[in-house]
Write a new protein. Structure first.
Length: 301
């Protein structure tokens, strides 16, 4: 006996099962709402442009981002052959910003993806099984919640040492608790719906119920929340690099570039602010796109 689970309409912070018959499907309605949201479309387009330029950087014919020249240091914006100027070591700023986007985006997306897998699995397990399993997992997560995310990231990076690998690990540990909590909350709501009880009554096992009936209804809200964490991850990674706890020189990374250019802020303030502008644009686009996805899916946090 096959039990079909309905889609969920996440409204007012609670999951409500909605069976949609005829007309557009749920995801078609989500797509239609997104197409009517110009802010989300513009932010998505900007992010696509940033991601594509970062991925295609080796094939764009850019200057070597590591090549230094003391005779051309701190060229202003609009200089011949260096239209975004050069940094404190004479390296092409445009090239370093593009290549820096590769590392900054990687440092933002990777820990969130890892936290989504680990925290999502723990949260779904805790929410569906409940009882002592729920208490054990969520009390461990509460220990991490005792520390602010910025302080926890700095503490972990400081304890493990500087480096991209340690930064990724520290940020992953920072984001696992919030993802786990959201996953547990949504799964707990779904567990009480009639279609889950009907699946149990039909003899379906726990793994089958979770795979067929639960995952499809909880992944949407979890993914939307994870999208909003990418901007936080980019800012935290840049902050760690700025403090000397993240990526090491001479790698082009926006936070590290802010650190190395801070001495030039009195000589060429516009040039020194360029990495910060890229961090701001990328993070705000991820935030606005996440808000657009949440509105399109009727998810209200």
């Amino acid at each position: 006996m096959a039990i079909q689970s309905p889609s969920l309409d996440m409204t007012a912070g609670a999951a409500v099962p909605v069976v949609r018959s005829g007309g557009r499907s749920y995801w078609q309605q989500v797509g239609r709402r997104l197409r009517r949201d110009p802010v989300t479309l513009v932010c998505g387009g900007i992010l696509v442009l940033i991601v594509l330029s970062a991925l295609a950087a080796p094939w764009l014919g850019l200057a070597d981002p590591y090549k230094t020249s003391m005779i051309r240091r701190l060229y202003p914006i609009g200089s011949p052959n260096f239209w975004l100027g050069t940094d404190e070591l004479g390296r092409d700023m445009f090239s370093r910003l593009i290549y820096g986007g590769r590392l900054s985006l990687f440092m933002g997306v990777t820990p969130v993806a890892c936290a989504l897998l680990i925290g999502g699995a723990l949260g779904i397990t805790a929410g569906f099984l409940g009882g002592r399993v729920n208490m054990l997992i969520m009390r461990i997560m509460d220990v991490f919640y005792a520390f602010p995310s910025v302080l926890l990231a700095i503490s972990l990076s400081g304890a493990m040492g500087a480096g991209a690998e340690n930064t990724l690990l520290a940020l992953t540990l920072v984001f696992i608790p919030p993802v786990c909590r959201v996953s547990e909350s949504v799964t707990t709501q779904v567990r009480g719906f009639d279609f889950v009880d009907a699946a149990r009554a039909s003899g379906a096992g726990t793994l089958t119920i979770v795979r067929v009936h639960v995952l499809g209804n909880v992944l949407g809200p979890i993914l939307v929340y994870a999208t909003s964490l990418i901007s936080v991850a980019i800012i935290l990674a840049a902050g760690l690099s700025f403090l000397g706890l993240g990526v090491k020189p001479p790698e082009p990374e926006w936070g590290l570039m802010l650190n190395t250019l801070r001495q030039a802020i009195y000589v060429n303030p516009v040039l020194a602010a360029l990495p910060g502008v890229m961090i701001f644009i990328t993070s705000i686009c991820f935030n606005l796109m996440s808000d657009g996805l949440r509105a399109a899916m009727d998810v209200k946090a």
